[in-house]
Design a protein around this ligand. Structure first.
Ligand SMILES: CC(C)(COP(=O)(O)OP(=O)(O)OC[C@H]1O[C@@H](n2cnc3c(N)ncnc32)[C@H](O)[C@@H]1OP(=O)(O)O)[C@@H](O)C(=O)NCCC(=O)NCCS
Length: 175
């Protein structure tokens, strides 16, 4: 049984996940998740550039008892936030960590002045599509052959970040 499954209760487990800005010292843990989550993982250099050089980039990690269990990132330009990446450590998936991580990104995007959020998702990524749809993201179009590794199409999704549009129900155990 994984550490995650042995948690006393779903909401108790989620309440222990704390979000903070991603730092260079997190990259070993982030890259371990990245490499098993994506067909073409980003390199250490790519993340390093995002954290150090890109003024528009904002990356967070979710920690459970000090261990990185999720991360996500976005570029915030004026009133738009563009999600670049999100992943959950495989043994913690399916328990609401992904939803919590997106909610944390959205909260940070609002703080930085964004009023809407956009992302691309592979057509074949059913888990991610359901995650985003459940949070109120709506498909607005298709980018043909968007992913250079597989030539797969991307679905473009948008969400209005007005205060009521959290996508989390009041009793949903969110942050
Ligand atoms: C996509 C990902 C971030 C979801 O994280 P997660 O912690 O498993 O998601 P949650 O437990 O918060 O689930 C939220 C919703 O996602 C959907 N979902 C999650 N896992 C699913 C699965 N195995 N099958 C179908 N839907 C799933 C469901 O709609 C779920 O809501 P529900 O529990 O009310 O049905 C995770 O699967 C992941 O890291 N995947 C690899 C990286 C990736 O594809 N990132 C997205 C790039 S666009």
């Amino acid at each position: 049984m994984s550490e995650c499954e042995s948690a006393p209760g779903e909401s108790a487990f989620l309440e222990r996940v704390k979000f903070e800005p991603m730092r260079v010292r997190d990259l070993d843990e982030v890259l371990a998740i990245e490499r098993i989550s994506f067909p073409t993982p980003w390199s250490r250099e790519a993340y390093h550039r995002e954290l150090i050089v890109n003024d528009y980039a904002c990356y967070i990690v979710g920690r459970l008892d000090g261990v990185v269990v999720s991360y996500g990132g976005m570029w915030v330009v004026l009133d738009e936030a563009h999600v670049t990446n999100i992943a959950v450590r495989p043994e913690y998936r399916g328990h609401g960590v992904g939803r919590l991580t997106m909610a944390a990104l959205e909260a940070r995007a609002r703080e930085l002045g964004a009023s809407r959020m956009t992302l691309e998702v592979r057509v074949s990524n059913a888990e991610a599509r359901r995650l985003y749809e459940g949070l109120g993201y709506r498909s607005t179009g298709i980018r043909r052959n968007y992913y250079s590794d597989t030539r797969e199409d991307a679905i473009v999704m948008w969400k209005d970040l007005s205060p009521r549009e959290t996508g989390l129900s009041p009793a949903g155990g969110g942050p």
